[in-house]
Design a protein around this ligand. Sequence first.
Ligand code: CA
Ligand code: CA
Length: 218
Amino acid sequence: MKFLKNAYVIILMSLLVPTAANATLIQANTISTNMGAINPSFLIQDVINPNGLSALYVSGLTDFDSYVAGTTHSVAFEQWISSENIVTGIISFDFGGNVSLNAMALWNSSWGGSGGAIAVNQFELLFDNDNNFGNGVIGSLGVFNATNTNNPHPSEVFNFASTSLQFLHMNIQSNHGAISYSGFADVVFRSTDMPEPTSLALFGLSLFGLVFFRKRKV
Ligand SMILES: [Ca+2]
Ligand SMILES: [Ca+2]
């Protein structure tokens, strides 16, 4: 009986350990910006779908760390480019419900422009309780610099303290020199929420353990 109980605890622990180490890639449901788009081929919506990346992802299923480490972006026409003469501004992400995030990965733009690259450079991430940057935000997750403008380019990962949020704003403060446009190719986010299938497995195992030990006691 004691052996069985110990075995049960060990199985439970072994399930908990990989869950803590893994983190799931998650994508926003919707995105909007006050920076517009140069034309309908370069909409902001392009940055939250896997088109243009060297591998596909599935939000809520794909492992974040291995995905962003091995995936590049090289398709010049699968990216967002701002309206002319707007190089700074706000991009807002809505996750459709509360999620816990602790990193964003970004694949930048490789387009050149008058004065330099259009790739975004300095930006601040801010979390909010609505989709409106203008009426204030709850807090900042940090100020970051995106430096990689090569083509094809790997992702750059920006880490921050794990935060529960539904709305995230990216306040773009500079690009890499272009005087007329800013842009980037893709973003994904790192979720620290426990993946659903593991939660279910743990729940099932707990229930099994409870029933099993109850039965043995009788
Ligand atoms: Ca894309
Ligand atoms: Ca707000």
